[in-house]
Design a protein around this ligand. Structure first.
Ligand SMILES: C[S@@+](CC[C@H](N)C(=O)[O-])C[C@H]1O[C@@H](n2cnc3c(N)ncnc32)[C@H](O)[C@@H]1O
Length: 254
């Protein structure tokens, strides 16, 4: 399966550019709590990227496997896990059509990754694959944004600087952002203008499909899961109208 119309630019998944920007770890304690429940759980992370969560979770003793379809991200994940001295199976696959011939106690899709499943059939295919790989009493967790129309409207007005940092391989990066939301497809088409070492480099696409709360609840329950909890933040506050996040903890429908 190919994502023909929507995409994420190559520079965004340049592993050092990605890691330099994504130092966020506010979700780590949450995922640690759910993946370390006294017994050793067999855990699968879908869309594991460069192992931002995978590697520290493995260091906590979690038996974890990571799946992602971007080669550059997996290469970085493998090299970082070697340096950290942890054993993790990193597998290259598309979460919409993979088969590991294995089942897991807990499967999670963190860090807004479902926004890259642009069409309903992409999301439903991934949910079906999760269902297939989950033990009967297993847990499925994922997080994404709660779409904020006011934020998007502001973001459409002008190019704004959103990040400035140095990469491990010595590049000074500045990112400026402007977005355009498509009210039919629900895809927010974000342009990131990259400046590297003080020079304009390129414009990279970061398309994100927005999922509204009531539709997402329905998609989860109509694809074979019961929602145990819906949190609005990683401290496990209940989801409400001001929540920036939608965090689902699900079980296979009984
Ligand atoms: C926002 S990054 C999250 C990476 C990592 N989980 C983290 O927390 O930093 C999204 C990741 O999802 C991966 N991805 C997106 N769509 C995918 C798909 N259909 N199958 C496999 N991986 C996918 C990308 O390659 C990228 O590494």
């Amino acid at each position: 399966m190919k994502q023909e119309e929507h995409k994420v630019g190559e520079l965004i998944y340049d592993a050092n550019i990605y890691d330099g920007m994504n130092t966020f770890m506010d979700d780590f304690e949450f995922y640690k709590r759910w993946t370390t429940k006294g017994v050793t759980l067999k855990v699968l992370e879908l869309c594991c990227g460069t192992g931002r969560l995978t590697i520290p979770l493995a260091k906590e003793g979690v038996a974890i496997t990571g799946v992602d379809f971007t080669e550059t991200m997996l290469t970085q994940a493998k090299s970082k896990s070697l340096n950290a001295g942890v054993q993790i199976d990193f597998i290259k696959a598309d979460i919409r059509d993979f088969d590991l011939k294995n089942t897991f106690d807990l499967i999670f899709i963190p860090f807004n990754s479902i926004h890259h499943l642009y069409k309903n059939e992409d999301l439903f295919a991934a949910f079906q694959r999760v269902h297939h790989h989950l033990k009967a009493d297993g847990t499925f967790i994922f997080d994404c944004f709660n779409p904020d129309i006011r934020f998007i409207t502001e973001g459409e007005k002008e190019l704004k600087q959103v990040s400035s940092y140095a990469t491990d391989d010595g590049r000074e990066v500045v990112i400026k952002e402007i977005m355009q939301y498509n009210h039919q497809t629900q895809v927010n088409s974000i342009d990131w203008h990259y400046y590297i070492n003080g020079q304009f480099d390129s414009v990279q696409k970061l398309d994100m499909r927005m999922f509204f709360p009531n539709e997402l609840n329905h998609y989860v329950t109509s694809n074979g899961f019961d929602i145990l909890h819906k949190f609005g933040d990683f401290e496990e506050g209940e989801f409400n109208e001001s929540s920036q996040k939608q965090i689902f903890v699900c079980k296979v429908k009984s």
